[in-house]
Design a protein. Structure first.
Length: 467
């Protein structure tokens, strides 16, 4: 008899609890996202969608050891040095005593970004090591209080960026190896374990710092990271997202503020189902875009985010330009990283590549800024981007493999083109055939990185798929 009742009671408890546990992270019990119409959202996202190309900057104390610890190379990436080399916090902290970036010239950084054609810059305000590059009253573990340099690094960069017409944006890590609430999970080193009794305190700490950042630098994007740690929830993300948009209604926030990302290939949602405005594929370009979903691929130029000595695996300028084109042809943005040295210099191989990208952008940026995804399948010779103008569409053909026979074919477009020209060059013959668009082109490729042909249409482009 007692057993029957026990079983019944257990069943009742399970019945009552199960649905709640199951729904803990589902729509019903989650804090709401701020109300916003589609038009309001489009307006908020507009500059970011038009920009298409930005600079990522990973800078911090990890630039001092630069991928080596006690004479040994550290496998993996610069800014994870503390974790990869199993460095205890007490051994890492004294790096601050050496941090004195006397060569730091924010005006020069902003100019390098602007000259490359980059429209925004996202810099680490606090990476996983918890060290802050801005002046914060929430901790002494910042550049002003803990280093011989003793000055805020971000506010002057924010000003320099504005002078150069580059939007200033900041990265902020949710996991924090130096905050007393957390420690690196010894079994899952990508995560931290939080003392749950201190979680509210840590969230208050984050909010204070983010408020300070907004007051001192007024960033246009907040780029969160480390949201994968199990103690951070979608509810936490939504709450933080709402808090920030309340502080600054024009802010744009990446999808790593919440749990909308699945794995590193997380361009996924970045839509209204989870907190966050855009998806964040890392070190990869998704095979296709998603209609109506904003996303941004972030990528290193070599193999390292933070500065690392002897990382010479530099991507070629050709590769970088073609990555940018590939991303824009799928409707995304390209956030390309540099890892400045502890002295404050962007490494020369990065500067050279950005310089060459700038030369390309000087001639071809019309086919990048404000452009959207290709309406047709990827051609074998390159990529397409589109500009929707008031008087009609312009289709840009980015040719990677220049044809030898004097003709280029684009399958899938059925509308009759109005005109055609080489970007920055002469007009070209174009006609619509049963095969698609046929363009007459010169024998020689005008540009070794990628040559662009602009095809103008009266009205919207019609494709075979529309028919
Ligand atoms: O700041 C740079 C890196 O330091 C940081 N993000 C870029 C922008 C970084 N991201 N990831 N990592 C470092 C490595 C973490 C990988 C994983 Fe996971 C976290 C593997 C498992 C947990 C997230 C969840 C990705 C895959 C599953």
């Amino acid at each position: 008899m007692i057993r029957t009742w026990t079983v019944a009671l257990v069943c009742l408890v399970v019945f009552l609890l199960a649905p709640r546990v199951g729904h803990a992270e589902s729509e019903g019990s989650l804090p709401p996202l701020p109300e916003e119409s589609a038009e309001q959202r489009d307006e908020r996202m507009q500059w970011w969608r038009d920009a298409r190309f930005g600079m990522f900057v990973h800078w911090g104390l990890y630039a001092i050891p630069a991928g080596e610890w006690k004479g040994e190379p550290v496998r993996g990436i610069g800014e994870w040095i503390m974790n990869r080399a199993d460095i205890p916090l007490e051994e890492y902290r004294p790096l601050a005593d050496e941090f004195n970036p006397t060569e730091y010239d924010p005006e020069r950084w902003a100019r390098i970004a602007a000259d490359a054609g980059m429209k925004y810059l996202v810099i680490t305000s606090k990476h996983h090591d918890g060290f802050c590059l801005f002046d914060t009253d929430a901790t002494e573990w910042d550049v002003v209080d803990a280093t011989p340099y003793g000055k805020d690094l971000l506010a002057p960069l924010a000003e320099a960026c504005r002078r150069q017409g580059v939007k200033f944006c900041t990265y902020y890590s949710i996991i924090d190896w130096a905050h007393p609430s957390q420690k690196i999970d010894p079994d899952q080193k990508h995560n931290t374990i939080i003392d749950e009794s201190q979680k509210d305190q840590y969230i208050a700490y984050m909010k204070q710092q983010l408020r300070e950042l907004i007051e001192s630098c007024d960033p246009d994007v907040l780029w969160f990271d480390g949201e994968w740690t199990p103690w951070w929830t979608e509810a936490d993300g939504r709450e933080l997202y709402s808090f920030l948009l309340d502080l600054k209604p024009t802010l744009i926030i990446n999808n790593r503020v919440g749990k909308g990302r699945k794995g590193m290939s997380g361009m996924n949602r970045g839509d209204q189902q989870y907190a966050g405005d855009f998806g964040t594929p890392e070190q990869e370009i998704p095979p296709t875009g998603l209609p109506g979903v904003d996303w941004e691929s972030c990528m290193t130029m070599n193999d390292t985010w933070g500065y690392k000595k002897n990382d010479d695996n530099w991507k070629s300028t050709e590769k970088l330009v073609r990555n940018l084109i590939d991303i824009v042809s799928k409707g995304g943005n390209f956030l390309l990283n540099v890892g400045p040295t502890a002295q404050g210099e962007i490494p020369q191989p990065s500067v050279e590549r950005l310089d060459e990208m700038g030369d390309w952008m000087n001639r071809y940026s019309e086919a990048i800024y404000g452009c959207t995804a290709s309406p047709v399948d990827t051609p074998e010779w390159g990529r397409c981007t589109v500009r929707q103008g008031a008087d009609g569409d312009t289709l840009y053909l980015h040719v990677f493999d220049w044809p030898t026979g004097g003709g280029l074919t684009l399958r899938g477009v059925v509308s009759e083109p109005a005109s055609c020209r080489l970007l920055g060059g002469e007009s070209l013959g174009v006609r619509s055939t049963s095969d698609g668009l046929r363009v007459s082109v010169p024998q020689q490729a005008p540009n070794r990185l990628a040559s662009v042909i602009a095809v103008e249409f009266d009205g919207r482009i019609q494709t075979a798929a529309d028919e």
